[in-house]
Design a protein. Structure first.
Length: 70
């Protein structure tokens, strides 16, 4: 096998692995989108609700808690 043939074989393998990796990420994203679309209740701003300052449950914090679950 020449160097050119070897290089072409390596590039084909790399392309396959790259495509498989991207497909796996896409599938995981699709599953997460379906899982989280119906269960999530809207995040509320507790500080505005209570009229006090301090800890506020924002959408950003709710997303962090949702993704940090084990």
């Amino acid at each position: 096998m020449t160097d050119k043939d070897n290089l072409k074989a390596n590039l084909k393998r790399r392309h396959f692995l790259l495509t498989a990796g991207i497909g796996g990420v896409g599938a995981a994203a699709a599953v997460m989108a379906v899982r989280s679309s119906g269960d999530a209740e809207p995040a509320t701003d507790l500080a505005a609700k209570n009229g006090k300052g301090g800890y506020r449950m924002t959408e950003h914090i709710a997303n962090y808690y949702r993704t940090a679950r084990v």
